[in-house]
Design a protein around this ligand. Structure first.
Ligand code: SAM
Length: 267
């Protein structure tokens, strides 16, 4: 029995703690961990997932922003022999020193799930695999296909970096306190960058953001509003046999990559 009860949840820090051991098991199984693996956990909270990760992996680094929970877990260090508990903000904490091939496993704090995801995916294959619990609605945007209302910047950028699958949904009943939304666990397998070099990658990222900046407009008009030369865009679309009246949400990832490549040519 715990000597000290865990501190109460702070909602603004996204503290919806998992209480269903079956979900913990399914998350750990999905991560396919072995004793030689290094794991990064974001937001260990009261440690339900951390303990399971500690048993399944070689080493776990767990970054927690709440000093109360950091202290609570530090006092249980005997259950977490191979876990480095770090007090810090996962959006800014140094993660560059983690071994290449680290696997990220987390029940994310939902209020920052999107920027956290972008941060993790920006590290190339330092993080090879990500098993993340997030809002179901965000999971649907990650796997969205062109032509659907969920398809947008997040879908294109995440699919650019990783092969993504939604593994299973999780009911609010599996948490305390219960979140107001459904959740889902997503598996992301990070792959090699598809752009031809870092400059093209920057152009691709800027293009995707500009293309979706004005969702109701045609691609040409949205890009024009974001400072692109409309005539050059039209010429490139014609060269690629794409209609000048199409909208960003109908373009597949490969087409965005092609477009970024050709737009970089002088007009
Ligand atoms: N892993 C625990 C579980 O499954 O029960 C807790 C998950 S809870 C959804 C999210 C955790 O992330 C909380 O412990 C919260 O304090 C922590 N957190 C919130 N913002 C954070 C941040 N910026 N950096 C690191 N941890 C954060």
């Amino acid at each position: 029995m715990d000597a000290i009860p865990p501190p109460p949840a702070i909602r603004r820090l996204g503290q919806n703690f998992l209480v269903d051991p079956n979900i913990v098991r399914k998350i750990v199984a999905l991560a396919e961990l072995s004793a030689s693996d290094s794991v990064l956990e974001i937001g260990p909270g009261r440690g339900i997932l951390t303990e399971a990760l500690s048993r399944a992996a070689g080493h776990v680094t767990a970054i927690e922003i709440d000093p109360r929970l950091h202290t609570f877990l530090s006092e249980r260090a005997e259950h977490l022999p191979n876990v480095a508990l770090v007090l810090g903000d996962a959006l800014t904490a140094p993660i560059e020193h983690l071994p290449m091939g680290t696997i990220v496993v987390a029940n994310l704090p939902y209020y920052i799930s999107t920027p956290l995801l972008f941060r993790l995916l920006s590290h190339g294959n330092r993080f090879v695999r990500l098993v993340l619990m997030m809002q179901n609605e965000v999971a649907d945007r990650l796997i969205a296909k062109p032509g659907t209302s969920e398809y947008g910047v997040l879908s294109v950028m995440a699919q650019y970096s990783a092969q993504i699958s939604k593994a299973f949904k999780v009911s609010p009943k599996c948490f305390r306190p219960r979140p107001e939304v459904d959740s889902a666990v997503v598996l992301l397998r990070v792959h090699e960058p598809r752009a031809r070099g870092p400059q093209e990658e920057r152009q691709f990222t800027a293009l995707v953001r500009a293309a979706f900046a004005h969702r109701r407009k045609t691609l040409v008009n949205s890009l024009k509003n974001e400072g692109y030369d409309a005539k050059h865009v039209e010429a490139v679309l014609t060269r690629l046999r794409l209609s000048p009246s199409l909208r960003a949400e109908t373009l597949a990832l490969e087409q965005f990559l092609e477009l970024a490549h050709h737009l970089a040519d002088p007009a």
